[in-house]
Design a binder for this molecule. Structure first.
Ligand code: SAH
Ligand code: SF4
Ligand code: F3S
Length: 453
């Protein structure tokens, strides 16, 4: 009998890619492959890729390049490129890296086992980037460790066409899953030990569009909230133009929904927002945040920003700085603009020098660090319910304080409903459980404390 082949997947990009990798591994396992935990033990190496910025793509190509020598030593090794960059670059991947065996786009992942079998039988390059395929990777909720935290996709694709963004081109147009299918997936997961589910979509607020049964995100959350064994529900990503009052009210009334909104603003300048095709103004954004905070005091709001979008002058950038100061985000992810071929913005001149992009990036990150530290420090002395995620093995002593190192230690790591990361000392075997923690220290990224009960 032939030896069972082991598959290893390395994932780049967003949570949707992480989920796709997980589901793909489940699928290949179900069809007779083994799972390698180390790349060195793998017979089949797959990269699930991201195209959102040039840097994300370069990283993948450099990993693939590093496998050239191994492929010469082990000609039977199968190397595959999956996901967004596979969809975007197609057969170009083979041109650049001829030792790659297969390229599978975002909507062909459900065919992975068949494609792997073909690759084992023939030496030829296999390209599977069909765009018209209906796409869904089945989930096998069974004896394998499904964990107590799971991602569940509620929709795929994006119709927003923000002018800088490649996602609608590589992921296709929006398709929402049926509310009953999502419900039964979450129900099964909860039945197998899942305590926290994160609902995923590029723009979860437009969930339900095209279903013609009146479904929307608020109603989906209400339905899932009724699953007894489930403790927490998160969802990402929200688009500021589509957050409704109904959604905010549902969040308020449903104690299982985490007090957290990832609400990418991208810029504080109306001129830039318009050029980005974001369809809101900075005033609309601020009003929305104020409203969310009025309905749910203390809610954490995080954001993404792009610096150095074409035409972003000092005055535009200062408006972004102002927005950070005004809103006082929980957290911000800041990206330097990276032109993506095929997008509308790529036709504009990428006119902001790299040095300016870097400086603006640093200014926003430093400002956000200061804000986060100030906000986190206010929480010292409070108690939080923390869902314990894992053991903590790191010790961290921030340079900026004169507190002893023990103040920043703890054997567990978990999260509050507000998405704070908490490192704390607690009793044995609490992973996967919710415990009460008293906060006694803080840095910009982390709260520290001790278990109370
Ligand atoms: N659908 C999500 C995720 C999109 S990608 C959303 O709308 O938020 C995640 C982030 O990458 C975006 O929010 C944006 O800030 C950033 N991004 C997207 N395209 C980019 C580009 N061409 N250059 C730099 N950053 C980009
Ligand atoms: Fe990209 Fe905009 Fe869609 Fe997000 S909403 S995936 S930034 S096009
Ligand atoms: Fe990247 Fe694709 Fe996600 S481009 S951000 S992995 S949808």
């Amino acid at each position: 009998m032939q030896k069972q082949k082991n598959v290893f997947i390395q994932t780049f990009g967003c949570q949707m890619n992480k989920l796709d990798s997980e589901l793909s591994l489940g699928l290949v396992r179900e069809t007779g492959y083994g799972i390698a935990t180390e790349i060195g033990d793998a017979d089949i190496i797959l990269y699930n890729t991201c195209s959102v910025r040039a840097h994300a793509e370069e990283k993948v190509y450099s990993h693939i390049g590093a496998l050239k020598a191994r492929k010469l030593r082990e000609p039977g090794l199968i190397i595959g490129v999956l996901g967004c960059m596979a969809q975007k670059d197609g057969k170009q991947v083979f041109k650049r890296s001829p030792h790659v065996n297969l390229v599978i786009g975002t909507r062909m992942l459900h065919k992975l086992p068949d494609i792997l079998r073909s690759a084992e039988e023939c030496e030829e390059h296999i390209l599977a980037v069909d765009k018209d395929q209906f796409f869904s990777i089945p989930r096998f909720v069974n004896g394998h460790d499904n964990g107590f935290q799971n991602y569940v996709s509620i929709m795929r694709g994006c119709d927003n066409y923000c002018t800088y963004c490649i996602v609608p081109y590589v992921r296709g147009s929006e398709v929402s899953r049926k509310i009953d299918d999502i419900y039964s997936e979450v129900y099964q997961l909860a039945d197998h030990g899942c305590r926290e589910v994160t609902l995923l979509g590029q723009n979860v607020n437009s969930y339900g569009k095209g279903l013609d049964d009146g479904s929307n995100l608020a109603r989906l959350l209400q339905k899932i909230g009724k699953i007894d064994k489930l403790e927490r529900i998160r969802f990402v990503t929200s688009h500021p133009k589509d957050v409704t009052k109904e959604l905010l009210e549902e969040m308020k009334n449903n104690p299982k929904i985490c007090r957290y909104l990832h609400l990418p603003a991208q810029s504080g300048s109306d001129k830039i927002l318009q050029k980005m095709n974001r369809k809101y103004t900075s005033k609309h954004y601020k009003d929305l945040v104020a409203n969310a905070r009025k309905i749910m005091p203390g809610i954490s709001i995080s954001s993404d920003f792009i610096v150095g979008f074409p035409g972003e002058n000092d005055a535009d950038f200062n408006e972004t700085v102002e927005l950070l100061n005004d809103v006082r985000f929980f957290n911000c992810f800041v990206f330097k603009y990276s032109p993506r071929k095929g997008t509308v913005a790529s036709r504009l001149k990428d006119d902001i020098e790299e040095k300016i992009k870097k400086d603006r990036n640093q200014i926003l990150l430093n400002l956000q660090k200061k804000i986060s530290l100030e906000e986190n420090t206010k929480l010292i002395g409070s108690n939080f319910d923390v869902l314990v995620e894992r053991l903590n093995t790191k010790t961290f002593a921030p340079k900026s304080t004169d507190k002893p190192e023990e103040s920043f230690q703890g054997n567990f790591m978990g999260r509050t409903k507000y998405n704070h990361i908490v490192i704390f000392s607690g009793e044995d075997s609490i992973i996967g459980k919710t415990v009460s923690v008293k906060i006694d220290n803080a840095t910009e990224f982390t709260l520290y404390g001790k278990q109370l009960n």
